[in-house]
Design a protein around this ligand. Structure first.
Ligand SMILES: [Zn+2]
Length: 125
């Protein structure tokens, strides 16, 4: 079932709704936080359909994780680059910058500190 993302025009929150295409045609999307119906459709970079989601699961199970060392920024960077190429998606400049810095050995904590806006518009990230 596809995920639709909306920005609530009243409380400003990001709202994710699971709906079938038929429902999307007829339903009036409602903000779960303030019950507003003033939702504006938002195009998501990360919305995953079912096939992509199970592809992610499959990747998580395979050898990519086996040689992931969470304490080694270079290993994390390599892993993230592999994930993005498997998904065949351009993840954007921010993502590429993070991966590049991880691969040069910078710690995730220090990258996060220097990029306070990282994922700021996505509370589920
Ligand atoms: Zn709202």
């Amino acid at each position: 079932m596809p995920v639709y993302e909306f920005r609530c025009q009243d409380c400003g929150r990001l709202v994710r709704l699971f709906m079938s295409f038929a429902e999307y045609d007829t339903a009036v999307p409602t903000c779960p936080y303030c019950q507003s119906q003033h939702l504006k459709r938002r195009i998501s970079r990360v919305a995953l359909g079912k096939s992509e989601a199970s592809r992610m699961d499959a990747m998580m199970d395979d050898s990519a994780l086996a040689d992931l060392d969470e304490n080694d920024p270079r290993s994390i960077g390599r892993f993230m680059r592999q994930m993005s190429s498997e998904m065949g998606e351009d993840m954007g400049d921010e993502f590429n910058e993070v991966v590049g810095r991880l691969e040069s050995g910078e710690s995730p904590e220090s990258i996060e500190e220097s990029m306070p806006d990282l994922g700021a518009d996505d509370p589920l990230a």
